[in-house]
Ligand binder design. Structure first.
Ligand SMILES: [Zn+2]
Length: 301
């Protein structure tokens, strides 16, 4: 089947080749500023990649003390606006974010295309939606909050996923997206980025503050807050360790964190983890941070 060559963020055909990384071509949309790889991987290739990942507690680093402290800050951002109701983590992975949420005030839900996620959160009162195209199985106008970390860079069809999330939100509900790689980051501008994880079949969309807001506004969402944060030292570390360009993305994702948990309860974040997370998340990176964050609201009527 031939794929239609158009921007996955706005369907414009006004695109031009922006760069080539490890044999993958990245095009830039002249209309909405989204960069994207083409040809796109197939749905099957994407599913095979995620289902092939060895799902352990260490996989997404979600239980590391720093990540816990980071997710706690995200949760605080949400509770400034919504203090109770139904909360979904879309692309919940190992449940790292949901563990930072208060089950006394929120009914917690997780969604992920990996069918194994439910097994990771047995002790918690969390309900799961899993499988390919999991967004289509979410109920209508059901959630007060949808949170999603590090997902939009992966979607074959970010417009369709956004439509489904808007459908699943209650009127007036909040959508918070974080940890989406910023195509205008300092790492990319200074050519520090090594494009080892930032490539297909993992990353296929490269958003900026502009292209992300535009996509969300296109679906009727009102932007409440939008910023960039963080500086990613991983490409520097990989360059120093001379990680080869042909290293499979699977290997980098599974072992890239370099820290494996020894089992048992994850270590709780200490004051230094919390301070580091605050600096990482709150420092003004002047739109050059490594990651994008946005909070939007679905209109009440
Ligand atoms: Zn576009």
């Amino acid at each position: 089947m031939t794929q239609q060559f158009c921007c996955p963020g706005c369907l414009s055909q006004k695109t031009e080749l922006d760069r080539e990384v490890h044999g993958y071509r990245i095009y830039l949309c002249g209309n909405c500023e989204l960069a994207f790889t083409f040809p796109r991987p197939t749905l099957q290739e994407v599913a095979d990649f995620y289902h092939g990942l060895n799902l352990t507690d260490g996989l997404y680093g979600g239980q590391k003390p720093f990540k816990q402290a980071f997710f706690a800050l995200c949760n605080k951002e949400i509770t400034k606006r919504v203090t109770s109701g139904k909360l979904l983590d879309f692309g919940c992975g190992d449940g790292g974010f949901l563990r930072q949420c208060d089950p006394q005030h929120f009914q917690l839900y997780g969604a992920d295309l990996h069918p194994g996620v439910g097994a990771l959160c047995r002790q918690q009162p969390i309900e799961f939606f899993t499988g390919a195209n999991v967004e289509t199985s979410l109920p209508d106008a059901f959630f007060d909050v949808i949170f999603s970390a590090a997902t939009y860079e992966h979607f074959l069809d970010p417009i369709e996923v956004t439509k489904q999330l808007v459908r699943a939100l209650k009127p007036g509900g909040i959508l918070m997206l974080v940890s989406i790689p910023n195509y205008h980051s300092l790492n990319i501008k200074l050519a520090i980025e090594d494009w080892l994880i930032n490539r297909p079949p993992a990353h296929i969309n490269f958003f900026t503050l502009g292209s992300l807001q535009r996509l969300l506004q296109q679906e009727g969402l009102k932007v409440l807050q939008c910023w960039t944060y963080g500086f990613n030292l991983e490409p520097v570390r990989r360059r120093l360790q001379r990680v080869a360009a042909d290293t499979p993305v699977k290997e980098l994702v599974e072992h890239g964190g370099n820290t494996r948990l020894a089992g048992g309860d994850p270590q709780k974040p200490g004051p230094h983890h919390r301070l580091l997370a605050r600096l990482y998340y709150k420092f003004p990176f002047f739109e050059l941070g490594d990651k994008l964050a946005v909070i939007v609201r679905k209109p009440s009527s």
